[in-house]
Structure formats: structure tokens, C-alpha cells
Write a protein that binds this ligand. Structure first.
Ligand code: ZN
Length: 103
């Protein structure tokens, strides 16, 4: 984080594909608080798929909010792209059917 003052996030991580999820698990130690099956250990991970496999990336506590925002940025950008692409196809269909009608 040295030299990062004033920057909220590095530009290369403005968008991240995946979803931020909380994993709850037992660590396996008999004397641990998690042994009751209620007070489980929680870890925040980025869940994403790569080569058809679901992978998890452990997120340090200080990174969760930033990664959530980057995931959200990707979702809204993708939604915007999908919308534009749907509109583009509709326009193409309309133009081609009009051209056919003129003949
Ligand atoms: Zn435990």
C-alpha cells in the first residue's frame, strides 16, 4: 500500500468478474469455538470460474469492499453492453425486414 495515497484502487482492478461470497466452515479443531457447528469461521472469498472450474480467492478483510465494488462495476457494465447489443440486434432485424419489404 506504500505510494497508494489518494488512490481508491489500482486502475487494473476497476472491474472484476466473479462474485464475493462468505464461506462459513469448521476448522476441525475439537476445542475450537466452531466445533459446536454454530460459531463457524467466516472468510470472504471471490468466487469465479476459470476453464470451467469454480475457483475461490481468499480476500483479506481490507479488500472485501473494494472487490465487491469492482464486481458490481463489471455487472453493471455488462448489463449496459447486453442492452446495447440487444438494441443493436433489434435495429438490424428492423432494417433488414424493411429492406425486404421495399423490394
Ligand atoms: Zn475453528
Amino acid at each position: 500500500m506504500v505510494g497508494m495515497a489518494g488512490k481508491t484502487k489500482p486502475p487494473g482492478e476497476a472491474m472484476v468478474r466473479g462474485s464475493v461470497v462468505v464461506h462459513r466452515r469448521r476448522c476441525g479443531k475439537v476445542n475450537c469455538r466452531c466445533a459446536d457447528g454454530e460459531s463457524l469461521h467466516e472468510s470472504v472469498v471471490l468466487s469465479y470460474s476459470e476453464d470451467g472450474k469454480t475457483r475461490f480467492l481468499m480476500l483479506p478483510a481490507g479488500e472485501a469492499a473494494r472487490v465487491r465494488a469492482a464486481v458490481e462495476a463489471y455487472r453493471s457494465e455488462r448489463a449496459r453492453l447486453d442492452e446495447a447489443a440487444e438494441a443493436g440486434r433489434a435495429a438490424l432485424v428492423a432494417r433488414l425486414s424493411q429492406a425486404r419489404g421495399r423490394r
